[in-house]
Design a binder for this molecule. Structure first.
Ligand code: GAR
Length: 218
């Protein structure tokens, strides 16, 4: 592991296409980070295979019967710390994080969600947007806090909702944008560009340079 790179711990529960986008961006050098470990709560999550193929440690941590959230999170935390993870990236990870994990990584846990938050938090966000009649939907990368999909927003991308869409076609259109904005958001953290102002996360979306600012007087 190189010392000047951000060490990522990616948490998954399924196929891991966002994980793949992150692995690809790290390999291409567009993301100044490296995936130090991939963790899944689901044993046959395909994302674990993606990690192995990329030469990244792939660890399955299934929940034990009757295990409390805090106990489970303590086991996750052990693995993250053993791999010297700096930034935790939830990528289709379908469990809620407990206080202990949040406290161990303050402002250092990101999530991607397939809607324009705060609209349609929770499960099946694409179906919810469609059934609500939204004409625009998209995806959001945000810092994780104690709520479900409630944390401060880092980046969003919008896509149109067409009359012909069903939940699958809309999800596919959104997913393409997810693969763009998640590595970008990680890069913003790696470059230390983000700053907080209340709920607002600034630094990820600078405004257009106005002509008067662009032209130097003299
Ligand atoms: C993605 O669409 C992600 O936004 C969503 O799960 C999918 C995972 O796909 N996450 C959530 O709904 C979290 N609330 P992937 O495994 O191919 O990255």
């Amino acid at each position: 592991m190189l010392n000047d790179m951000l060490n990522l711990g990616v948490l998954i529960s399924g196929r891991g296409t966002n994980l793949q986008a992150i692995l690809d961006a790290c390999a291409a050098g567009t993301c100044a980070a490296q995936v130090a470990v991939v963790l899944s709560n689901v044993a046959d999550a395909y994302g674990l295979e993606r990690a192995r193929r990329a030469g990244v440690p792939a660890v399955c941590v299934p929940a034990r019967k009757g295990e409390r959230r805090e106990e489970y999170d303590a086991r996750l935390l052990e693995v993250l710390q053993a791999h010297e993870v700096d930034l935790v990236c939830l990528a289709g990870y379908m469990r809620i994080l407990g206080k202990r994990l949040l406290a161990a990584y303050p402002q250092r846990i990101l999530n991607i969600h397939p809607s324009l938050l705060p609209a349609f938090p929770g499960l099946e966000a694409q179906r919810a947007a469609l059934e609500h009649g939204a004409k625009v939907s998209g995806c959001t990368v945000h810092f994780v806090d104690e709520g479900v999909d409630t944390g401060p927003i880092i980046l969003q991308a919008a896509v149109p909702v067409y009359d012909e869409d069903d939940a699958e076609t809309l999800a596919a259109r959104i997913l393409e944008r997810e693969h763009e904005i998640y590595p970008r958001a990680i890069q913003l953290v790696a470059e230390n560009r983000l700053r907080r102002q209340g709920r607002r996360v600034l630094g990820g979306q600078p405004g257009p340079v106005s002509p008067s600012m662009a032209v130097k007087e003299g």
